[in-house]
Design a protein around this ligand. Structure first.
Ligand code: HEC
Length: 244
């Protein structure tokens, strides 16, 4: 049986502990949820990234879901990450990495949404949503996926963004099936600079980031670099430019 006696004072290891790993059966449920949530926020702050659940969903909940709650005639449902990414009657409302072309940003930036007498979003909220879109509209950077609603049809290695960059860039790739994935960065002489990923991964829209350091952790000089993905039989190489 699970230990569900919430009246007990939580023991200090549970309170202190994002990193405490106890047998699942013994873990106090609410504590576990809170700890995981804090851990994701903590990772996101370290990575300087917007967290969908703790930052974006809250804006929608306070300002939008009263109308965009599933049965709205625009077809746009803002109650969860999956439904936002699924789009509306007009199609996708978010173009990852491109806030200016995203209908969602256009509507809140112009003040068209929320409509009528409803107060506009604060400019910080509009900017936060722009930043979230420009980071790829990521749900959970810790898991390295950004569109959990769908599985891609083919292998793709996307152009990194931003490019040129300094010092961090995001590399997106699509896996239509589970695969053994290797993503490695080379210099123009063909020497290995950094192995970013060498792992079995599940199908999905995935991303990783490079912070312009080599395998030894030292910053690399400005210049042109190549990145190559190998996943199953698939191989693709692209170029990127590090500016300093
Ligand atoms: C009072 C109800 C109401 C609220 C609150 C509201 N909307 Fe809307 N929204 C609408 C209506 C009605 C439409 C369809 C007509 C239109 O596009 O003007 C719409 C359309 C949209 C569209 C275009 C969808 C498409 O398929 O064309 C977007 C994007 C959008 N809303 C985003 C938002 C966001 C983000 C918020 C919160 C910040 C929000 N809305 C708050 C009523 C609302």
């Amino acid at each position: 049986m699970l230990d569900r006696d919430y009246s007990k004072t939580p023991n200090p290891r549970q309170v202190a502990g994002f990193f405490v790993c106890e047998g699942v059966g013994r873990f106090n449920y609410p504590m576990k949820k809170v700890s995981l949530h804090l851990l994701f926020i903590y990772i996101n702050i370290l990575a300087g990234q917007v967290d969908y659940n703790s930052q974006i969903q809250m804006i929608f909940n306070s300002n939008c879901t009263g109308c965009h709650g599933g049965n709205h005639n625009s077809g746009l449902d803002l109650r969860s990450y999956e439904s936002v990414m699924a789009g509306s009657n007009s199609g996708a409302v978010i173009v990852p990495y491109n806030h200016a072309n995203s209908l969602l940003w256009q509507k809140i930036n112009s003040g068209a949404m929320p409509p009528g007498n409803n107060p506009d979003l604060a400019s910080e909220q509009v900017d936060l949503i722009a930043q979230w879109i420009d980071e790829g509209a990521l749900e959970n950077p810790a898991l390295g996926t950004y569109n959990n609603a769908q599985i891609p049809k083919e292998y793709i290695l996307n152009q990194n963004y931003p490019n040129p960059f300094n010092p961090v860039t995001t590399l997106r790739y699509d896996l239509p099936e589970d695969a053994n994935v290797n993503i490695t960065i080379y210099d123009m002489m063909g020497r290995v600079v950094k192995t970013l990923i060498n792992d079995q991964q599940s199908a999905g829209y995935r991303f990783t980031q490079w912070n312009a350091t080599n395998n030894a952790g030292s910053p690399v000089p400005a210049g042109l670099y190549l990145y190559m993905i190998q996943a199953g039989e698939f191989r693709q190489t692209r170029k990127m430019v590090l500016l300093k």
